[in-house]
Design a protein around this ligand. Structure first.
Ligand code: ZN
Length: 459
């Protein structure tokens, strides 16, 4: 796998561990970990993903095309006798205009139906562009947007964390592709949303649109409102974000309610059972060939199941989320598959999410029941070390030695006592920038870099 085990150590470890590590560090510099190499996986990921997002209108099979690399997600054109069906409408109106223009080079038949695979903004923001002049039926699940947190009292923190996860404030050169290309049209994001005119409430709905037999299949996976499009005669499956070219984002650090991992596994079972010849994902390039599609979906499913099963097994043995997150990995047989690398989702975060989804926040250790507040713990650590100055030097030394996670954990104690210190914020920002460079996950990298910028700019 591409993740770095050394980076899996998380903040919030029990005080005992902190003390032991602190003492080890004070004994000598030998305990520091070298974190400043630039592994080949970082450059390899860029190569793999730039190929995935190369802009192209791909003919998947006769009368089925997908626009890849035009923007944040894919849009699909299914051609019928006298009209067309569009599946997903991009993130914004500018992206959608480019795709519409490209589709019109294939056919100018009217758009008779639009299917929205799920409510994430990057799949529905350009609907009005495709609908313009045609008044098509718009299909989506009845539960579309059910897990939306747009109007709830968490809107401010969700917006801030989303901005960090997606690196919205970062210059493009600092960003890396996750499940979408970095450079893409930014005009009219979300401006073309239209409400569905037809809600799919059952498990499956069969339609005949302009000579095209379509099955709309409910497949809650990445989101509860997922709707897949199955063309039984052409054996084409459009699966939304239940598959993309990365280990799946079983937990989003922008903040989401528990993503039911078992549900996602069932969605993949459903996809495998359809036995598609062609798989069109919401983000990756299409995959064609019954055997390779089956193998890909099965391995994707197995990867999720492995993480799920290992987490529950370990939890059942009394292991804590910290211990599980630091130890669970994919089996060797599937770990090297390019579509299972942690380009977007990350295994340790998934493990923590699954643990919390089933057992809640408590790790089982009574020490965690009523822990010291960060400030109280920091005061004791400072006393143990001798002074704030000594602890600051230790944090600076950790940065110099490339032990960036440790530097963050040390400086967090000091920041708990003095959050306005320019020196401390600068130490943390430096460590975060270095950690960012080692991440294969765009979400991790962008979060680190965004917070580093915030610290730079803090008064
Ligand atoms: Zn998506």
């Amino acid at each position: 796998m591409t993740r770095f085990k050394a980076l899996s150590i998380q903040c919030g470890v029990p005080l005992g561990l902190v003390v032991v590590a602190l003492v080890l560090m004070l004994i000598g510099p030998g305990s520091a970990q070298a974190g400043d190499e630039r592994p080949a996986v970082i450059t390899e990921r860029e190569k793999v993903l730039s190929a995935q997002f190369e802009k192209e209108l791909v003919e998947v099979t006769e009368r089925v095309h997908v626009a890849v690399g035009y923007g944040a997600s894919n849009s699909v054109l299914i051609e019928g006798d006298d009209g067309v069906i569009i599946v997903d409408t991009m993130y914004g109106t500018e992206e959608a205009e480019h795709v519409r223009t490209a589709f019109e080079k294939i056919t100018t038949k009217p758009v008779q139906a639009i299917v929205l695979t799920h409510s994430h903004s990057d799949h529905i923001g350009g609907t009005a562009v495709f609908a313009r002049g045609f008044n098509p039926d718009i299909y989506a699940r009845r539960v579309m947007g059910a897990s939306s947190t747009k109007h709830d009292p968490l809107s401010e923190i969700l917006a801030l964390r989303a901005k960090r996860q997606f690196g919205s404030q970062l210059p493009p050169k600092e960003k890396i592709a996750g499940i979408a290309p970095v450079e893409r049209p930014q005009g009219g994001i979300g401006a073309g949303k239209l409400a569905p005119t037809h809600e799919v409430s059952g498990a499956k709905e069969k339609l005949s649109v302009n000579g095209v037999e379509i099955e709309l299949v409910a497949a809650p996976g990445e989101t509860v409102d997922h709707l897949m499009v199955w063309l039984p005669n052409r054996r084409v499956l459009v699966c939304g974000d239940n598959f993309y070219y990365s280990f799946p984002n079983l937990y989003a650090i922008r903040g989401t309610p528990y993503r039911d991992v078992l549900r996602w596994i069932r969605a993949l079972d459903l996809m495998i059972d359809l036995n598609p010849e062609h798989l069109i994902s919401g983000h990756a390039r299409p995959i064609s060939g019954e055997a390779i599609v089956r193998q890909t979906l099965t391995r994707y499913r197995d990867a999720i199941e492995q993480v799920f099963v290992q987490t529950l097994r370990g939890a059942n043995q009394g292991l804590t989320p910290d211990e599980l997150a630091a130890s669970i990995d994919l089996p060797k047989s599937i770990a090297d598959e390019p579509y299972l690398q942690e380009y977007y989702g990350v295994i340790p975060w998934s493990v923590r999410s699954i643990y919390g989804g089933y057992l809640g926040w408590f790790d089982g250790n009574p020490t965690s029941l009523f822990p010291l507040s960060p400030r109280e713990e920091a005061e004791r650590i400072v006393r143990l070390v001798g002074s704030k100055q000594e602890l600051t030097k230790a944090a600076q030394r950790a940065v110099a030695e490339g032990d960036y996670q440790w530097a963050c954990q040390l400086v967090d104690h000091l920041l708990a006592l003095d959050s306005d210190s320019l020196t401390l914020n600068a130490i943390k920002a430096d460590a975060l920038r270095e950690l960012a460079l080692q991440q294969t996950s765009s979400n991790a990298r962008h979060y680190y870099l965004s917070v580093a910028r915030e610290l730079d700019e803090s008064p």
